[in-house]
Design a protein around this ligand. Structure first.
Ligand code: PRX
Length: 654
């Protein structure tokens, strides 16, 4: 159970009066053109929730139309329960076999500069052949397939090929280390792994196959490894287990029918950090996820036929799943993909590509925007950015300064900015302005999407008055919500549906202002948000205590100008272990090796003991305060041993 802080005591000093109405030209051709139109459609979506979703579900192509909408047995939801469909068919076939056959589906640029593109018809052909290769290695409906790749068309094709067969994809972010990959493959019991030799980032080879080899030594479930040859980097191929995807494709059959799936059949498992050491495998199902991602992409990004859409997320995160792959392709969009780093070979790489590929919709994270600010506007001003018409952000609260910079330097004061709040668990965007209808303000994600009923409450579920901080909950189920945690339905119930009675608990604090707009204030549990990525403090602590020198560890976040939050670890060492700077470096490397570079602590502080309550719980609140301000002023009445805090402060002053 997360240690929920006193939500009632949140105060918010953020006051923002700047408001940007939708530009008239933008609104004139938007799907939703006015606030009145949004208000009416939103009201309808809440008052006749099932009627609304029944209607919206018609945007998908069904093998069997559903007659049911929602079956809700708190906390188990079934959406469109008696329908049958296939999301690969919806994302690819119906466009390839219809008017979008020759339309560009994927447009990719590798970090070294090569460009590849696939039309919907070409994507259709590729996906079928890869699905047939998977079939050859025994992959059937319901089997789990791990995907550990960089951003490239093959990663998208691998995901879609799984969906075509009804196999459950488990994409693991290419920045995760061997142990993290092994844990995720083992937990999901993956039968096949799809990876690549290496991928490029900042001019370096990211040795995906070599890391996968190490993970596979700790994993018994994977029978076959399919390796996409991307860089030509020399890799070890284990006889009988590893096969080059390109070789396999030469003899693959061209046609592969899309498996008719039940609406509630699982589509994917995606692991995310929680408040315990073990990441949670969130299970998303087929129809509801399809309806949710299709609709949010269409309205929130105001997607039109001629748009070139670029979401900079990696396919290994939920944003990559919902807004690089499914949402845009279900809408028949042209999706731009980029393999590498934003500052390679130079800090204007993104803006070069926006001009080169005529990107019109650009969706990124505040942490990236802050990096661009640091690199300076001159790098941006070398490019016209004239094709851009809409900008988006996701992953963490955006500071008004970054919002204004984005508005001015990237959007040229012409492009609306959609600040989109959502989570791995929610599957699709929950709170965001519709850009042709709702005025935007720096720092607020504004209003809920259709069918979504958020509220700010106390821990016991009492509503909190406008302007006051509290816990953000969602009062109604929605189609794209995760259905369970793989193998642990009880944990799903505990984590999300027990904290606040009758509601989905987001783990975020927020306030709603007098205009009904939502201002996100960050996590209220022991989950960190580092550069828009979610990390459990327990996960990092588990990695630290696994090191032979460490007896105890407590990890907290500290505000960080660039990353949103930095990682600070308080560590107690075993007897006779010397607290040297060299050991600090070793521990940082150790965490990066266990989890991945994104979890590397910014700072390690050695301490003889950690501050604990009389019942033995680590007082993270004190540590957070200490990490942020260098001192402890808060309430210490439950602290077991006052000398511990004094000791920590002394260390801090060293
Ligand atoms: O704290 C919120 C923050 O990111 C968390 C979800 O993380 P994850 O599941 O990794 O998904 C990230 C991408 C959807 C949330 O609980 N968060 C996400 N978007 C925003 C945000 N915080 C403030 N504003 C946002 N727009």
């Amino acid at each position: 159970m997360p240690e929920v802080q006193q939500a009632q005591s949140f105060t918010s000093s953020l006051r923002e009066d700047r408001s940007f109405p939708p530009p008239a030209e933008f609104a004139a051709r938007a799907h939703i053109r006015s606030r009145a139109e949004y208000d009416a459609m939103y009201r309808r979506s809440i008052e006749d929730n099932e009627g609304f979703w029944r209607e919206q579900a018609r945007e998908l192509d069904w093998f069997t139309e559903p007659t049911q909408v929602l079956e809700w047995n708190d906390p188990v939801a079934k959406w469109f329960g008696d329908g049958r469909l296939n999301l690969c068919h919806n994302a690819v076939d119906r466009h390839a076999l219809g008017s979008r056959a020759g339309k560009m589906a994927l447009l990719w640029e590798g970090e070294p500069g090569e460009v590849r593109s696939l039309t919907y018809l070409e994507l259709y052909a590729e996906v079928q052949r890869v699905a047939n290769v998977l079939k050859r290695y025994g992959v059937r409906k319901g089997d789990r397939v791990a995907i550990y790749m960089g951003v490239c068309p093959e990663a998208v094709i691998a995901v879609l090929a799984c969906a075509r067969l009804g196999a459950v994809h488990n994409v693991v972010f290419g920045g995760f280390a061997a142990q993290a990959l092994a844990d995720r493959m083992n937990d999901a019991q993956c039968k096949v792994l799809i990876t690549q030799d290496s991928s490029f980032r900042r001019g370096q080879d990211v040795l995906l196959k070599a890391i996968a080899d190490e993970a596979l030594t700790r994993c018994t479930c994977v029978e076959t490894v399919l390796v996409h040859r991307r860089s030509g980097h020399d890799v070890h191929m284990q006889e009988g287990r590893d096969r080059w995807l390109q070789d396999e494709l030469k003899s693959a059959e061209a046609q592969c029918a899309a498996e008719p799936m039940e609406s509630e059949d699982p589509l994917f498992i995606l692991y995310t950090s929680g408040t315990t050491g073990k990441p949670k495998g969130l299970v998303h199902t087929t129809a509801g996820y399809g309806v949710g991602t299709l609709l949010t992409t269409k309205y929130i990004f105001d997607l039109h036929e001629e748009d070139v859409y670029w979401c900079t997320a990696d396919v290994g995160w939920i944003t990559g799943h919902s807004y690089v792959i499914y949402g845009p392709l279900l809408n028949g969009a042209t999706v731009f993909l980029y393999e590498g780093a934003p500052n390679w070979p130079d800090v204007d790489r993104f803006w070069q590509m926006v001009d080169r590929h005529k990107v019109s919709i650009f969706y990124t994270a505040p942490t990236a925007i802050r990096a661009f600010m640091k690199w300076g506007a001159d790098a941006v001003r070398k490019h016209t950015l004239s094709t851009l018409r809409l900008l988006g952000t996701v992953g963490e609260p955006i500071n008004p300064e970054a919002w204004m910079w984005y508005h001015r330097e990237i959007g040229h004061e012409r492009c609306p900015i959609v600040d989109t709040w959502w989570q791995t668990e929610t599957g699709s965007i929950m709170i965001a302005p519709l850009p042709g209808a709702v005025s935007t303000k720096p720092g607020t994600a504004t209003l809920p999407f259709f069918g979504v009923e958020p509220a700010i409450v106390t821990k016991s579920g009492e509503p909190v008055p406008a302007g006051h901080g509290g816990l953000l909950v969602i009062r109604k189920p929605w189609p794209a919500m995760a259905r369970t945690i793989f193998g642990d339905p009880e944990r799903y119930k505990q984590a999300y549906w027990s904290e606040v009675p009758g509601c989905y608990f987001t783990g975020d604090g927020a306030r709603q202002d007098e205009h009904g707009e939502f201002w996100l204030m960050g996590r209220v549990d022991d989950v960190l948000n580092v550069s828009g990525h979610r990390l459990g403090t327990m996960e990092i602590e588990s990695a630290l205590v696994a090191h032979r020198a460490v007896t105890e560890a407590a990890v907290v976040g500290r505000p960080d100008e660039m990353k949103g939050e930095g990682i600070i670890a308080f560590v107690s060492l075993g007897d006779h272990v010397e607290p040297t700077p060299g050991l600090k470096d070793e521990l940082k490397k150790h965490v990066a090796k266990e989890i991945g570079a994104l979890a590397r602590p910014d700072d390690i502080r050695f301490t003889p003991a950690l501050p604990k309550t009389r019942s033995g719980k680590i007082m993270r609140r004190l540590l957070r305060e200490l990490a942020a301000t260098g001192e402890v002023k808060g309430d210490t009445t439950t602290l077991e041993d006052f000398s511990v805090v004094a000791g920590l402060k002394e260390k801090d002053e060293e």
